[in-house]
Design a protein around this ligand. Structure first.
Ligand code: SAH
Length: 683
């Protein structure tokens, strides 16, 4: 079967119909899945194995047969652990068909075909009885259904159902319990991902301050979890205001309730400050005694030096609806509310007892100001980045004249406001509804005209028959996933050519694509084959991932925010392609070939690519490498942008470079018709 799927091309903006192979989605899902990362998570695997052995032993000691239910078996790993630990029989349930098929193969290959039954169903569809999927209810319940927020993948409803219909009362559960911890902090850096700070502009006629509409000030934002690698956040970027406290825990061996509820704890601030952020993580105890514990605690909390890197479980950042001043020693209440799938927080001062007794029911955060729908968290961070804003101000001051007619093409951009304050006669922008409110808050309603048409559909009546003398863009578009998708600015610029004066200034005047070969400290794990996991042969899974990665003829680069994923540079950064926005998009493809020398020893895991925008002579904005911080090659990345990572298919090959620094050759092609960049590297 062939499916056609319509979409606007992120780079060219053209509406196109893509013929999608019916297998495309699941290949994408497998290729980009976290299965490899989980199989590389030694700490998790070892502790599950210990917990499963202990549970099987407890059941056997009671003289019972050990019947295991493994919900979400994936590769079948946890069922194979149970079978090896002496379980009599395992029901391994997996809803995702390609995974269930893989589990069947892996289980067979490891010789557990007679002990493990793979059931390709959602657990809530599983039947029990003589003719059912399961002969009888299980007395051991094993699952790994957790995400960074613990409950986001539906663990609670799944457990609730399993206790009602699939397992015996008093069953053993691995993990036995999960506990969610919180810590209150003040952090300008993290707060800047959720609120727009005032922007100061030094204009000719004095300082101007761009402010946000009042609705934004106390808007609770969006409910989606902000999960990050908190271990990459230096301690200088936040101030701890409270000890770590237990927010709530869930006992998985007892009936679980998934219905919405709230939990409240009292906190005594250890420091005075502005409470803005709740940092949160969880741990799981694999056994009732709590001796086998797997924790996501960040570096400043964890005592052990044995640190396990993982990407499938990170830490959560929750934004309080408003910042609240707190005083050292003066108690406050923190409430966690949750529904079936997500958690959110509210802080209250501990004033009158009565006031606080009333059960607080806090609504799930819904963005009321619309800014949180327009700007995602990295985008907020970017708009609050003063250094970045300064570059745009400098460049605009250079190019704007008092009679400039200025058009801005970028999503949710503050450039029109900057351009207005810096003296443009007339400013126009393609924008969304939020901007009406935004301009109003800054008394700019009649100063900046919003054009509600895509650049391709711009007419001279939109422009009141004027020609554009300054065309600006950051460029930034919400549809961009990979760095070069923002080249849409070039296509839009081409589309509006007839509306430009002959001496138009385009800002940025050009962009360049940069590339560097890197060795990742950890990120390589997510795309690296595993071979065996705790003694079980999982190569079938490796092959499946490899097959899915090769499903499209050319491999694709993937976006990652590299500030969260340390790496070192093995080559110098190299400019590989340039795009001249002063001219229209050419008909022909842009391509380049060359080689980069490897300067440092290390494993060449892949190439990182990013864009640099040349705003005006001598003024640029860089979305990638900020600097190489030491002779070891440690890299510092722009914290508000995702960079493109192209993983090399074989890392092993590059190990020979340990003794022999050499070069990597590359061929990179930008197809101006499709807007796609393809690349090929040879070590
Ligand atoms: N148990 C494996 C894989 C864990 S990933 C391991 O520990 O390595 C979680 C898996 O559970 C995914 O493959 C997902 O498709 C599956 N899953 C999640 N909820 C499920 C449910 N209620 N019923 C069946 N499968 C489920």
């Amino acid at each position: 079967m062939k499916t056609f799927c319509g979409r606007a091309n992120p780079t060219t903006g053209a509406m196109e119909w893509l013929e999608e192979d019916e297998n495309y989605d699941y290949h994408q899902e497998i290729a980009r899945s976290r299965y490899a990362d989980m199989l590389h998570d030694k700490d998790r695997n070892v502790k599950y194995y210990q917990g499963i052995r202990a549970a099987v032993n407890r059941v056997k000691e009671r003289g019972e047969k050990a019947i295991v239910l493994d919900i979400g078996t994936g590769t079948g790993l946890l069922s194979m652990m149970a079978a090896s630990a002496g379980a009599d029989f395992c029901y391994a349930v997996e809803v995702f068909k390609p995974m269930a098929n893989a589990a069947v193969k892996i289980v067979e290959k490891n010789g557990f075909g007679d002990k493990i039954k793979v059931i390709n169903k959602h657990s809530t569809e599983v039947t029990v009885g003589p003719d059912g999927d399961m002969q009888c209810r299980a007395n051991i319940l094993v699952t790994e259904l957790f995400d960074t927020e613990l409950i986001g993948e539906g663990a609670l409803p799944t457990y609730e159902h399993a206790h009602k219909y699939l397992v015996q009362e008093g069953c053993e559960a691995v993990p036995h319990r999960a506990t969610v911890y919180v810590q209150l902090v003040e952090s300008k850096r993290m707060w800047s991902w959720n609120k727009l700070f005032p922007v100061h502009v030094e204009a000719e006629d004095g300082e101007k301050i761009i402010v946000s509409p009042s609705e934004m000030e106390d808007c609770p934002g969006v409910p989606s979890v902000c999960d990050i690698q908190l271990n990459q956040m230096p301690s200088s970027d936040f101030t701890i205001l409270s000890d770590v406290v237990t927010m709530f825990s869930v006992d998985f061996s007892k009936p679980v309730r998934s219905a919405s509820t709230s939990y409240r704890v009292q906190l005594e601030p250890v420091k005075s400050g502005k409470a803005q952020i709740v940092l949160s993580w969880w741990d799981i105890d694999m056994d009732p005694s709590g001796m086998i514990n797997c924790t996501m605690a960040p570096y400043w909390v964890k005592s052990t030096s044995a640190f396990q890197w993982r990407d499938h479980w990170m830490q959560c950042v929750y934004f309080l609806p408003n910042e609240e001043p707190v005083l050292q020693g003066e108690k406050v209440y923190l409430t966690a509310c949750r529904d079936e799938y997500s958690v959110w927080y509210k802080l209250q001062k501990a004033r009158g007892e009565e006031e606080n007794k009333a059960a607080v029911h806090v609504q799930s955060p819904v963005c009321r100001c619309q800014a949180h729908l327009l700007w995602n968290r990295p985008r907020f961070g970017q708009l609050n980045d003063q250094n970045r804003t300064r570059q745009y101000i400098k460049a605009l001051m250079k190019v704007l004249k008092t009679d400039s007619v200025c058009l801005c093409i970028s999503d949710g951009s503050l450039l029109p406001v900057l351009a207005h304050y810096l003296g443009a006669k007339q400013v126009q922008q393609y924008a969304t509804f939020f901007f009406f409110k935004f301009f109003k808050a800054n008394n700019l309603e009649d100063k900046i005209k919003i054009i509600e048409a895509r650049p391709e559909l711009l007419t001279s009546s939109h422009l009141e028959d004027k020609k554009i003398s300054v065309l600006v863009g950051e460029p930034f578009f919400t549809t961009s996933l990979l760095p070069w998708h923002n080249l849409y600015f070039w296509y839009a610029r081409t589309a509006v050519t007839s509306h430009l004066t002959s001496s138009v200034t385009v800002l940025p005047q050009s962009a360049s694509l940069h590339m560097m070969i890197v060795e990742f400290q950890d990120l390589w794990r997510i795309r690296s084959p595993c071979g065996t996991c705790e003694g079980f042969d999982v190569q079938t899974m490796d092959d499946m991932i490899k097959n899915s990665l090769n499903f499209r003829e050319s491999k694709e680069a993937e976006p990652h925010p590299l500030w969260e994923y340390p790496c070192k540079s093995l080559s110098d950064p190299q400019e590989v392609l340039t795009f001249d926005f002063r001219k229209t998009v050419p008909e022909y493809s842009l391509s380049t070939e060359g080689s980069v020398n490897l300067l440092r020893k290390g494993k060449s895991h892949g190439a990182v690519l990013w864009m640099e925008y040349h705003l005006a002579a001598g003024i640029s904005v860089n979305t990638g490498l900020m600097q190489i911080s030491n002779e070891k090659g440690n890299c510092e990345w722009n914290p508000h942008c995702k960079q493109a990572v192209y993983f090399f298919s074989s890392v092993i090959e590059s190990e020979t470079l340990l003794d022999l620094p050499s070069a990597v050759t590359y061929a990179i092609n930008f197809n101006t018709k499709t807007g796609e960049i393809t690349m090929d590297f040879k070590l």
